[in-house]
Write a protein that binds this ligand. Structure first.
Ligand SMILES: [Zn+2]
Length: 123
């Protein structure tokens, strides 16, 4: 949903392409009549994340929703827990500290420690 580091896109057409080196201000697209400076194909603050429909579909079908290592403060992702819970998923937060999200269950500490502990409870 946040894009791909190994791609760039044209800011005008939105077309993206594979790009495995740094993006320079002199790197231009080949898709526009007036070539545009390329930018990383990453969603920046204020832009709509990619594949929101697929994200929502997955949230609506989930039995378990886990939020790992996030402040839960940036929308639209911050609203994922409500969508999943409303659709019937069990919601779990694994984080350094409790966020403002309304989770059914929470485990707090470094993800490297608490994620394996939580996964053990599932088996
Ligand atoms: Zn272009």
């Amino acid at each position: 949903m946040h894009g791909q580091l190994q791609k760039v896109k044209c800011p005008l057409s939105g077309k993206n392409q594979s790009w495995l080196k740094d993006v320079a201000a002199t790197d231009l697209c080949h898709c526009c009549k007036t070539p545009q400076p390329l930018r990383p194909d990453i969603v920046w603050f204020g832009e709509m994340p990619y594949q929101m429909e697929q994200c929502t579909d997955a949230l609506m079908q989930a039995d378990l929703f886990m939020s790992i290592g996030t402040s839960g403060q940036v929308y639209p992702a911050a609203g994922f827990v409500q969508i999943a819970a409303h659709a019937g998923a069990h919601t779990v937060e694994l984080n350094m500290e409790a966020s403002r999200g309304d989770f059914a269950e929470g485990y707090y500490g470094p993800a490297a420690k608490i994620v394996p502990v939580y996964l053990d409870t599932l088996s």
